[in-house]
Design a protein around this ligand. Structure first.
Ligand code: V55
Ligand code: FE
Length: 505
């Protein structure tokens, strides 16, 4: 088996090397590499990471910010605290320490703040003034001094439910963050001990009608396990339903679907492999499987069926129509993350391009041989699907995507599934776009009526800004831009939380 550019190391060798490096080298100089591809994105002077926590009262604003736009735009991403030691310098971006940021919108003003998640991993490295953790999700590569320290990075998503702000990483329980100061309140929140799974998804869903949050943990009983724990959390912040199911094999279950009737998972061939330095390897001999279960049941009814090869990860929307289940995601025909090793084939950039796909299963049928999968918009490739989050569990009409247009650069695309049309805003080839989030125009506004917000990085100008678009016509360009004096912290995901959904600070 081959691991591409990565020099293959056995787990034993990595572990032994890590232990040797850990002994008596606390005073060793930390070398910050100039190569932005090293240690998961280079040093702050190369522009790969930020490393600096920021506070800016009253950002400069260009254009006209709607005065009634009142809420918090939270973001989080991997921002390597220290460079990895040389033997792990090819570790992947996904392993950087979680750095949360907040654009606080009120009365036409925007205040910006960013803070690292002060979890156990951050604290241990802070005290040692160096990196102590090895490869992505690889405990055996961690320094001997931190074998008993939680390795959660909390770098993937931020979610609000029942007055709590969570910072999330799918390999660990959540961290609780103060939504105003961004200080870490609890770096291993387990719902008062009620949550027993070892992991918790980065992609919960909220049901606006019942006030519940749905979440799950996969690989929930330790390394390589197929166990999945699905839960819902009531308005009171307590777990009010829990079920255990099993995946057909241990693989990355990054997102899921929740409707009024069903809960679903898509198993993809990004499978656990104990020889991979970064936990997963792409195994094209495995098939994707769609598993659908009744919401609120004991999980015994889950039906897993295989289907065509694809790697789909982010939910745009999902709903149930009687016994028929529908799930839209952005997905590709093959692996879309070239930084994970392939077991039997090579990364194919064409197969790695993702398009919006609709998965479905008719659960009224006694026997279902395969799940159905349809590409909805063959002419749009992209990633980071979103919707108006008030429709997480219901039929929905509009979706959003970061789209890719070759030399013309990136765009934010808004889809109208009812008309099967789409519109794209393109900032130009010099801008790099983060995921966009939707903010309702006002409480009770119609679906997708409001604003689309997101960070655009301008590498040539060495700074970032938040673009605010009106969803009535995103092609008209930003109605306002919130300017940062420098680069914003890295982002995987973000969320817009209306002001009335958080207690006053
Ligand atoms: C993703 C990101 C992660 C991760 C697993 O699809 C999947 C994105 C930033 O970390 O650990
Ligand atoms: Fe994600």
């Amino acid at each position: 088996m081959k691991f591409g550019r990565r020099q293959f190391m056995t787990q034993a060798a990595v572990g032994a090397a890590a232990s040797l490096a850990g002994g008596g080298t606390a005073q060793a100089e930390v070398l910050f590499p100039k190569d932005p591809n090293k240690f998961g994105r280079g040093g702050s002077t190369t522009g790969g990471v930020s490393r600096s926590e920021q506070t800016l009262y009253d950002c400069e604003i260009e254009g006209k910010l709607p005065v009634d736009l009142d809420g918090s735009f939270f973001r989080v991403g991997p921002d390597a605290q220290y460079p990895k030691s040389q033997q792990f310098e090819d570790d992947i971006f996904f392993d950087g320490e979680g750095h949360v940021s907040l654009f606080q919108f009120k009365n036409g003003h925007v205040d910006f703040r960013s803070r690292y998640v002060k979890n156990d991993r951050w604290k241990a490295q802070h005290a040692a003034r160096k990196s102590l953790f090895g490869y992505y999700r690889n405990r055996s590569s961690d320094d001997a001094s931190v074998q008993d320290v939680r390795r959660a990075s909390h770098n993937t998503h931020v979610w609000v439910h029942a007055n709590r702000l969570y910072a999330l990483k799918e390999d660990s329980p959540p961290a609780l963050i103060n939504p105003h100061t961004l200080e870490t309140i609890d770096s291993n929140y387990t719902f008062g001990g009620a949550y027993t799974a070892e992991t918790f998804t980065a992609h919960p869903k909220n049901d606006p009608e019942t006030g519940e949050m749905f979440a799950f943990g996969y690989e929930a009983k330790g390394l390589g396990s197929t166990d999945i724990n699905v839960i819902s959390v009531g308005r009171d912040g307590k777990i009010n339903w829990s079920a255990w199911v099993n995946a057909p094999y241990c693989c990355m279950l990054h997102d899921f679907a929740v409707t009024r009737r069903h809960i679903a998972f898509l198993a993809i061939p990004m499978a656990y492999n104990k020889a991979s330095p970064v936990h997963w390897a792409w195994d094209n001999t495995k098939q994707p499987w769609l598993g659908v279960m009744r919401r609120g049941g004991d999980g015994k009814d889950i039906r897993w069926v295989p289907g065509p090869m694809n790697m789909s990860d982010h939910t745009m929307g999902s709903w149930s129509d009687g016994d028929r289940f529908f799930w839209d995601m952005d997905g590709a025909d093959g692996n879309r993350f070239p930084f994970f090793p392939h077991l039997h084939d090579r990364f194919d950039p064409v197969k790695g391009q993702a398009r919006v796909r609709r998965f479905s299963m008719d659960l009224s049928r006694k026997s279902v041989r395969n799940f159905d999968m349809e590409v909805l918009y063959p002419d749009v490739t992209g990633a980071l699907s979103r919707q108006d989050d008030r429709y997480n569990v219901d039929p929905y009409r509009y979706g959003f995507l970061v789209s890719a247009w070759g030399s013309k650069g990136q765009g934010w695309t808004m889809f109208d599934h009812q008309k099967r049309t789409h519109r794209t805003f393109m900032p130009g080839p010099d801008a790099v776009l983060n995921e966009a989030v939707f903010a309702p125009r006002r409480k009770g506004a119609a679906e997708a009526d409001g604003y689309l917000l997101g960070v655009a990085h301008l590498p040539k100008e060495n700074r970032s800004e938040v673009l605010v678009l009106d969803t009535q016509d995103i092609t008209a360009g930003p109605i306002a831009r919130v300017i940062l004096p420098g680069r914003a912290t890295p982002q995987i995901h973000g969320n817009w939380i209306p002001g009335d959904q958080l207690p006053p600070g």
